[in-house]
Design a protein around this ligand. Sequence first.
Ligand code: ATR
Length: 279
Amino acid sequence: MDSYTVLYGVIGDPIRHSKSPVMLNRAFREAGINGAYAAFHVTPDKLGEAIAGIRALGFRGLNVTIPHKIEVMKHLDDIHPGAKAAGAVNTIVNEGGRLIGYNTDGIGYVRSLKEEAEPNLAGRRIVVLGAGGASRGILWALAQENPAKLMLANRTEEKARELAGAFASEFEIEPVAWSDLREACRGADVVINTTSVGMSPNADETPIDPTWLKPGAVASDLIYNPLKTKFVREAEAGGCRGHGGLGMFIYQGAYAFEYWTGQSAPVGVMREAVMASFN
Ligand code: ATR
């Protein structure tokens, strides 16, 4: 670092578990960029001051994680349409003093799904499990790929109907009753778990019976702790193609890197850095 180093970071509460500094610093080094990325523990009462600090110090970019992804929006100068649709911001770009909010979670997930499991989502039948915060941005990003059908099921069915309704003017999402999931999954090309079911320490749970998926279909999970959930593992045993959640984390960071630097992200070494930090 020297007096030309461009600063970046991530804010959250908690934050010490974050793999983003390891991943992004490795990316800057690989790309030969004089940048540095740190993690900042910012509590909700200090969010406004933290954003003012970013402006004052001239940070080029910031990632925002739980619990600030929604609240941070009111401190920004402009919000990208994808982040508006997702209802949350996870990446801020400082354009000469104007702070612009983006959401790279949903598009990061879809890029990971395409690069790692199913290159062509157009014309596919997709079932999304869960209607929480993560689901919203992913539904928007999936819809941009023109699937034949986008179905949404949630344990609390009213929430799936509400979320489908919120997107009704832009594209069609079919709410599916949790009790009709078996049939919906049998006809699906891709089934995506956005719920927290199966996350450590409850790694022996699955959101649905993995044998409901047809052989050859993609079983995808946003969870990356464990790296391969029981849902993905058992679907693979039944002839499905598995897709884990680590790629979503890597590619949300890759998009952030690309928005900040205008260069394509060195995805391979970013993944290596994250994997090494797990060990
Ligand atoms: P996130 O922001 O990570 O999506 P969230 O907003 O708390 O987290 O959403 C959690 C999702 O997991 C919800 O869709 C939730 O379903 P409900 O709306 O019915 O609560 C889902 N979920 C959590 N535990 C579940 C379980 N045991 N079975 C099915 N769905 C579950």
